[in-house]
Design a binder for this molecule. Structure first.
Ligand code: X90
Length: 276
């Protein structure tokens, strides 16, 4: 059986070592310029464009055709999407699934609305890949993946919510006060898959213990962790150290956000996905 995992580019993954995988790019629009969040995107150029451009900027999710193309000729596809609470990516994937299954009777596409993004999506992708390596049956993988999503979480510390507010993805009232020098908003992906602010912290020094506090409250002990950051390797490393000091180990890795997450999370962001 020929299988494949696909995910939109908000998962911040371009390849998987062991399993056929495609990343389907979202698009970032800055005036006349369009940045496609694939392996060639120039994030520094995007940031420069965002800093100098004073007009409206926006993003666009993958089209059904783009998802459909990513399925290739796989018999079974596991398709992982960013939250339907903030993006049309999942609806678009469901249209592609219908097209694909109608065109190719017998083939199957499983779509996962993660109600999250970034590192929590990456955890689910890793999980599905591990199930495939164990040669589990597709239906068993599907049940395991859905069960897994129930006990992973996404938390983050952001220095600005400007692009979120500008795109109407949070209320301006919530955004107010963030973007003030040194203030970090600590928040999480809510059960509905939206951005839920939890705390305002003065500086990263306070934001890191705050993230640890919320990990404890979720029942974190020693599960898998993925941290992603935008231009903040030092902050990500500090969080990792604090996790080791608090929980005794760090079972995971740190990587950089790709363009879509950079656009929304903004410079200095830290995102953490973990199993509890
Ligand atoms: O145009 C589109 O369809 C894309 C819209 C994406 C909006 C959310 C992107 C979030 C990126 C920022 C921090 C984490 C927030 C998590 C909330 C669930 C990452």
């Amino acid at each position: 059986m020929n299988y494949k995992i696909v995910a939109d580019s908000s998962a911040d993954l371009l390849t998987l070592d062991t399993i056929p995988f495609s990343s389907v790019p979202l698009h970032i629009l800055v005036g006349e310029q369009e940045f496609v969040d694939d392996e060639n995107v120039d994030i520094a150029a995007m940031q420069e464009a965002l800093t100098s451009f004073k007009g409206k900027t926006s993003t666009a999710c993958p089209s059904p055709a783009a998802w459909h193309e990513s399925f290739g000729d796989a018999d079974v596809v596991f398709c992982v999407t960013i939250t339907s609470g903030l993006s049309g990516a999942c609806s678009s994937a469901l249209i592609a699934k219908d097209m694909y299954e109608t065109e190719h009777p017998g083939r199957k596409v499983y779509v996962y609305d993660t109600l999250s993004t970034g590192p929590e999506m990456a955890l689910l992708i890793e999980k599905i890949a591990a199930c495939l390596e164990e040669e589990m049956k597709p239906e068993e993988i599907d049940s395991a993946a859905r069960a897994y999503m129930e006990h992973t979480h996404l938390f983050f510390a952001l220095a600005s919510l400007h692009n979120f507010a500008r795109n109407g993805r949070i209320s301006p009232i919530v955004a107010k006060g963030v973007g003030m020098l040194g203030i970090r908003i600590v928040g999480k992906a809510s059960d509905e898959g939206t951005l839920q602010p939890i705390d305002k912290c003065r500086g990263e020094k306070k934001a890191i213990p705050c993230l640890i506090k919320h990990m404890k409250a979720c029942g974190y002990t020693n599960g898998r962790i993925i941290i992603s950051h935008y231009n903040n390797p030092a902050g990500a490393e500090k969080l990792k150290q604090k996790i080791i000091d608090t929980f005794g180990s760090f079972n995971g890795y740190i990587h950089s956000c790709r363009a879509l997450c950079c656009y929304y999370a903004e410079p200095e962001a830290i995102l953490i996905g973990f199993e509890a």
